[in-house]
Every structure is written in structure tokens, then in C-alpha cells.
Write a protein that binds this ligand. Sequence first.
Ligand code: SF4
Length: 354
Amino acid sequence: MKTRTIEVGGVKIGGGNPVTVQSMLTVPLTDTENVLRQISDLENAGCEIIRGAVPDQAAATALKEIIPKMKVPFVADIHFNYHLAIASAEAGAAKVRINPGNIGSDDNVRKVCECLRYHGIPARIGVNSGSVEKDILARYGGKVTAEGLAESAEKSVRAFEKYGLTDVAVSIKATDVPMTIEANRVFSARYDNPLHIGITEAGADEEGMIYSAVGIGSMLMEGIGDTIRVSLTGDPVNEVRVGREILRACGLRHEGVRVISCPTCARTDADTLSMVHIIKKRTKDITTPMTVAVMGCVVNGPGESKQADIGVACTGSRGVIFRKGEIFKTVSRDEIVPLLLKEIFEIEKEKNAL
Ligand code: SF4
């Protein structure tokens, strides 16, 4: 869906710009040393926008020291207290996540809009299952519904537009994947605000990753979503890694080494899993797009390996290495990983020289 473009500290969101990956700090802003460490970890993992909770004035004040040290834009997450939105904007936040419905009077909404317009920064409205207004809930039988979530977002968009704030991204999230997808469909059919998408409180580990991948991936494949946040309990660096993989799986990003590997079966006793782990670990910093195939035997091995930039089809105690679609070398099992790694770094150089 074609959305309007907003700019978050130099990062364009919407309007067909590349879908960005964002995450949220778990360390309090007032713990400056540790928060800067977490910011650096997130930036190194490829996080393109970082959000942090600003629950009090001390956190807003800390932003003055933190933001100048950041490489990516900071988004202030505000609830209830509109003064903190203004303090964050004044401290250099590139966007403010705030809901007009939970900062009190209409006059407070006006003050926030005037401040954000003065500083030239956008807002994000974040609607979730727990934030739907009572009147909207009542209209849908007291239940949270996709239509109700979308209406809640529309109501907030209008509250900001009333005071001239139109640079507004919207997120509509629920823990229920089909409901989240449907709510975003409904909203994006009516409005062109850029959409920040995700599944709220998706959970931890595999559960959180799978719910996020299915929800975010489904929307992206329908052309819905301009920036993504994977919500996972735990280290937010994992949110970034998973977010980037989702974009790659959807064909929206191509950077880095994609390792294709077969599940193996009784036709092989090659330890392809160890090979994959070593290759992934040693190549994690490569940003050049490339495909590496690690295949257990010669049934599907040659076919996949030929299509990859480099690949191996294991056979007996040996491995047939393919490069540029041709057999390159046949080596003993011990030599497979060292040769693949050597050639991967060669391919990186060749591609970067183009
Ligand atoms: S490539 Fe060979 S080992 Fe791997 S799953 Fe297919 S048949 Fe089994």
C-alpha cells in the first residue's frame, strides 16, 4: 500500500522507502553507561531506529547526553505525561510515540502537536488491544475487534490532524495474529499513514519469533508495513536479528550471507549442522548479499549448490564444492568448511569490487 513518507532523524519511513527494523531499549535511560552499551549492540546488529521509554523527567534529561552519541535516530516512548513528550523533543528525540487519548485534555494534545511541528519531528500512534477506547469497545459488544482497533487508530490520527500534525506513523498491534493483520488491512485501506507493524507481546524464543514472523511476514507480503518491530522477551538484539531475517525471507532485503541447508536424511552422515553453524558464525559481519548451500548428499546437493554463489554437496567421505554453477573442487570432509570460508571471503571481495 502506498503510504506517505515521514522522516525520522534522516531515516525515511513509508512512501516505498526500504522497510526499516527497529527495537526498544530494556535498560533505563538514566543508567547511561549501560544504555549506551545496549544502543551500540543494537546498532551493530543492524537496528535502524531505537526507541526508549521516557517515564519521568530524569529520563528525558538523560537523553541530552545519550542522543548525541547515537548513530541511529531515537524515538521517545511517552505515556500519560505530555510534558515528557515536549522535554524529549527538546532533548533531540527524532520521533515521539504517544497516544492523544492518554495524555489528558485536548489542550495537552494541542501543545504536543505544536511542539512536534516546531521541531519538525513526527509522532507515532500506538494502538493495541488494551488501548481501545470504551466507546469503541461498546460499539463492538465490549470485545476487541480488528475493526475497533482500526477505528481507535483513526480517532487518534484525527486528534493530531486537528492541530495540524500530519507526520504521523501508526501501529495497530494485538497478540492475536489474524486480528492484527485484519486491523492493519482495514486501516491501510482508508489511510495513508506509514505503518509500524508487529505483534505485541509476542512472547519469548521460538514462540515469539514464529508469531512475529507469521504476522509481520504476512502483512509485508500484502504490501502492508513500512517499519517493523519484533517484540521478544529478552535481549532486544534478538529482535533485530529476527526482524532482518523476516525482511530477507520476504525478499525485501538481500544483505548478508544466506545459508541454504538441507534438513538431512538417512542418505548422509555428514554433520551439515556443524558446518552451517561455523559458516554462519564466521560470516555474520558480511553485508554483501550471497548465497551458500550446504547439502547432505548428491540427490539435491548439486542442484542447490549450482544455484548458490558457492555450495557443497557431501558425498561419502568427501564434498563436491560448486562455485558459479560449476564443479570447483572435490575435497575431504575436513577440508569442506575451510575451503567454503576461503571462497566466501573471495566472493565478498569480487562482489564489492564490481
Ligand atoms: S540433500 Fe540428500 S541428505 Fe539432504 S535431505 Fe536431500 S536427500 Fe537427504
